[in-house]
Design a binder for this molecule. Structure first.
Ligand SMILES: CSC[C@H]1O[C@H](OP(=O)(O)O)[C@H](O)[C@@H]1O
Length: 415
């Protein structure tokens, strides 16, 4: 089982517990943080201890469930003053404010907004706190289960679509793929979106026994089918989801990969020992015409793919669809704090041994290093917008959507 970003213990539906993996400490430290309320949910999402559009929606929804269960514990209610528990309508009104607060944690990823809209509707329909608790428990359970099953479907849909496309083109060799940011088990309930496709491609490759030789120009013309033999994850500055998280998942599962800098993509495409045939990226928001908000760096990756004739796929479940917004021009792009760019946060490495510096408990020590003058202005958008002209396919659990003869996506089945 790949790494769990979220541990949800639902053995007692009336008293669930939630822990989330602190992704700021990966890859050297595996530490889980307990979540007890909406405040905790907001904090771990805002600080990006938990990140990834689907994971954000799941943790946000779980934090609402935890808060409603707190309001049924005398140990908590005897000291809280925010909710007037003698008046359900008042509780509901306060809860709507709390949902709006939670939504403000990260505005671009639509998954959280979609989930909180459903929770708000459930809240309005609930006659009392226990009814809301029960409905919310079922919603969150479904959200997690659907995310996991959808990721496996997307993985297989995307892998099959690429392999079939390559076969139609008569390509029967080994190939590599590119990916940016982290879209794996650390960004979802498991398996991942774009990284899920890569997992499915790797599972397919393992069924094809002909020799894999990445060092030399692959000689596999006698083979019946192409196979993915290597992954190039981009480090994904400035938060380094690629180098810290995706590389971690790939190493854990022994999927052959070479980490590359964001600035080396064109040169890597030009010099890769095996041809790079596709890029798979995640999404934080896909709008009606297919324009997609995703991690900063995605748009330029798409431009490079078009330049080199490499297929560019966005991989996302229906929970990432924004069926209201028409084009990418209307997507709000979150800007992160300048110091997240001026500083690099990681694990301290001993200059003599090249191993992690350990504290008195033998735990790796986190560290932050400055890499620019404190006074320099910084522009630090968390996302960019890839216009649909640069997207060859949108991989979903319902199949792979491609553009019509007019170069337009028809995504109505997803709305
Ligand atoms: C399946 S994760 C989708 C999306 O979320 C990531 O952003 P962040 O790490 O800032 O939460 C990245 O854009 C992924 O592609």
């Amino acid at each position: 089982m790949s790494l769990e970003a979220i541990k949800f213990n639902k053995s007692n539906p009336a008293n669930v517990t939630v822990e989330v993996l602190d992704q700021l400490l990966l890859p050297y430290t595996t530490k889980y943080i307990p979540i007890h309320s909406i405040d905790d949910g907001y904090r771990v999402i805002k600080t990006m201890q938990v990140r990834g559009a689907p994971a954000i929606a799941i943790v946000g929804s779980l934090s609402v469930l935890l808060e409603i269960q707190l309001l049924q514990k005398e140990s908590f209610t005897k000291s809280q003053w925010y909710y007037n528990l003698s008046n359900w309508n008042d509780v509901r009104s306060r809860f709507q404010d709390r949902l709006a607060f939670l939504l403000s944690s990260r505005p671009t990823a639509v998954n959280l907004s979609n989930a909180l809209k459903e929770i708000s509707t459930t809240l309005n329909k609930s006659d009392n706190i226990k009814a809301f608790d029960r409905s919310l428990f079922e919603f969150v359970k479904r959200l997690i289960n659907d995310d996991l099953s959808n990721n496996k479907k997307m993985g297989d849909n995307g892998a099959k679509f690429l392999l079939d496309t390559l076969e139609k083109e008569g390509f029967k060799d080994e190939f590599a793929v590119l990916t940016i940011c982290n879209t794996g088990s650390l960004a979802t309930s498991g398996y991942g979106t774009a990284l899920g496709v890569i997992r499915s491609l790797w599972e397919d490759s393992k069924t094809k026994s002909y020799p894999t030789n990445i060092k030399k120009k692959a000689k596999t013309t006698e083979n019946s089918q192409s196979k993915m033999v290597h992954v190039y994850p981009l480090e994904t500055r400035p938060y380094n989801q690629g180098s810290r998280l995706t590389a971690y998942e790939l190493v854990q599962e022994q999927i052959p990969a070479t980490l590359i800098t964001d600035s080396s993509v064109a040169y890597r495409i030009q010099t890769s020992p095996v041809p790079i045939k596709a890029a798979f990226v995640g999404a934080d928001r896909i709008v009606r015409n297919g324009d997609t908000a995703n991690k900063i760096g995605t748009f330029q990756l798409a431009i490079l793919c078009k330049q080199f004739g490499i297929k560019f796929f966005v991989v996302a479940p229906n929970t990432t669809i924004d069926n209201i917004t028409q084009t990418g021009e209307d997507i709000i792009v979150e800007e992160r704090h300048a110091d997240e760019f001026r500083h690099v946060t990681g694990t301290a490495i001993d200059l003599n041994t090249n191993k992690p510096v350990l504290n008195e408990k033998e735990e790796p020590v986190s560290a932050k290093v400055g890499i620019s003058p404190p006074q320099i202005n910084v522009w630090n958008p968390a996302f960019d917008i890839t216009t649909h002209a640069f997207i060859d396919g949108i991989v979903t659990e319902k199949g792979v959507f491609t553009k019509n003869a007019d170069g337009e996506f028809e995504l109505d089945k997803l709305f």
